[in-house]
Design a protein around this ligand. Structure first.
Ligand code: HEM
Length: 275
């Protein structure tokens, strides 16, 4: 079913001409001198004309309206915010990661030193590194909570199976971010924990040994292993995650969200009563 597109938010709409204001602008009553619009009026006009300029050339407003103004089922509650919370955790990881990449050196002889320098010398380095470290745990907790919500609400069923499958790939990729990031501080703990994790991968059936060789860049940890982990951690995996989040959100907007299961149960009871 197609709903009529809702209007643009009030802040972005040109307000209808007000007699007092227009008179002030156009020279006032009886030819009195014009007064300037207030800074607030100027800011609103400015924003509206920038939005209008962009919209005229790109035609994005119907798309954005359809994407942002959606009917949600009755009974939608706080559990439905877990998907967006996961997305914000990912965005926070992306932003803090960019700042860390400005100082981090993915070289076995420099990695530990550069990470320590971020913590001890770089302005706000300890804070940003802490955000990135704790943010990774937060994202993993949130993604599993969101997965649990969609599972227990039956949101994986027809027609949302593809979104569930995309979600499963997102979980695997998020865990890969954790694995590839853990090696980067290159201290004793991160090094040996990664050796153990890659050996576990190697014991997997059929693809396990190949996967481990791919991660180590050979049969042993070597000088290029850290570059491989770094490239996966800051380019390949987050790129894939960003693309899949785009597909996931497209499907959420297209299919809508599922009503909580207890509402369906109530509806069935009602139907039974009516019969
Ligand atoms: C980076 C990871 C993820 C992000 C950013 C994300 C984002 C979202 C958002 C914003 C929604 C709509 C609001 C909501 O229901 O919370 C949603 C819905 C959904 N997500 Fe995710 N999600 C992620 C991972 C997952 C995972 C791991 C699964 C399952 C394996 C999953 C399955 C679903 C399903 C089935 C829906 C539809 C829910 C419904 O119809 O009620 N998502 N996701």
């Amino acid at each position: 079913m197609k709903f009529p597109s809702p209007p643009l938010p009030r802040a972005l709409r040109r307000s209808p001409p007000k007699p007092g204001r227009d008179e002030r602008r156009n020279g006032g009553r009886n030819g009195a001198p014009a007064t300037k619009p207030t800074p607030k009026e100027q800011a609103v006009e400015g924003a509206a004309s920038v939005v209008g300029w962009l919209d005229e050339r790109t035609g994005t407003s119907p798309f954005l309206r359809g994407f942002l103004y959606r009917k949600v089922p009755k009974g939608t509650n706080w559990y439905y915010t877990l998907g967006s919370a996961t997305m914000f955790a990912f965005l926070s990881q992306a932003v803090t990661g960019v700042f860390l990449a400005m100082y981090y050196e993915p070289d076995p002889s420099r990695a530990y030193e550069s990470a320590s320098r971020i913590t001890n010398e770089v302005f706000l380095g300890e804070f940003v590194r802490g955000m990135h470290r704790w943010g990774s745990t937060v994202m993993i907790i949130l993604i599993f909570l969101h997965m649990g919500r969609t599972f227990f609400f039956g949101a994986y069923k027809y027609p949302r199976e593809l979104n569930w499958v995309i979600g499963v790939v997102l979980v695997v990729l998020t865990l890969m971010m954790g694995l590839t990031g853990y090696l980067l501080p290159f201290d004793q703990r991160s090094f040996w924990a990664t050796v153990v994790a890659v050996n576990l991968n190697a014991s997997g059936p059929i693809v396990g040994p190949y996967l481990a060789d791919f991660l180590r860049v050979g049969s042993e940890f070597g000088p290029t292993t850290i570059s491989r982990f770094y490239a996966l951690h800051m380019l390949a995996v987050p790129g894939l995650i960003a693309a899949l989040i785009g597909a996931h959100l497209y499907l959420v907007a297209k299919l809508g969200t599922t009503a909580p299961p207890w509402l369906k149960a109530e509806k069935k009871d009602l139907l039974r009563e009516e019969v």
